[in-house]
Design a binder for this molecule. Structure first.
Ligand code: SF4
Length: 125
């Protein structure tokens, strides 16, 4: 039998091995799950801090070259292309619900107005 056949062969005479809950494999699995849960918590905390930081950031000026490049406006009503969209329903916006401004992923270190808009607007999934 070739090595490939040995790898794909299903041997029904040996049922899958079960590990008792107190086995080292089981402890290892529990540790892995605990670490995954911890990593998820840290990710949520970092995301929350990023959102809070957006409120502390200075607003980007509409005449900033980066803002001009994407036709950023502080009031989406002034941009026909916005079609009713604003920064608050953009997937790149990091502001809290109800906040007047928040971080935007395309303007590092600057905040945008919640009522603003630019042509990099991206739908939330
Ligand atoms: S990318 Fe989104 S959040 Fe950022 S300025 Fe444009 S519309 Fe607003």
């Amino acid at each position: 039998m070739s090595p490939a056949e040995r790898l794909t062969r299903t041997d029904r005479s040996h049922p899958p091995r079960r590990t008792p809950l107190s086995s080292p494999e089981s402890e290892s699995r529990r540790r892995l799950l605990r670490n995954l849960a911890l990593a998820a918590s840290v990710g949520t905390l970092a995301s929350t801090q990023l959102r809070a930081a957006g409120e502390e950031l200075p607003l980007i000026a509409v005449d900033d070259p980066a803002a001009k490049a994407v036709k950023y406006v502080e009031d989406a009503k002034k941009a026909k292309e916005a079609q009713g969209n604003t920064c608050t329903n953009c997937s790149l916006y990091g502001g809290k619900d109800g906040a007047v401004k928040g971080a935007c992923q395309i303007f590092k270190g600057k905040a945008v107005k919640a009522a603003g808009w630019c042509n990099a607007w991206a739908a939330q999934e």
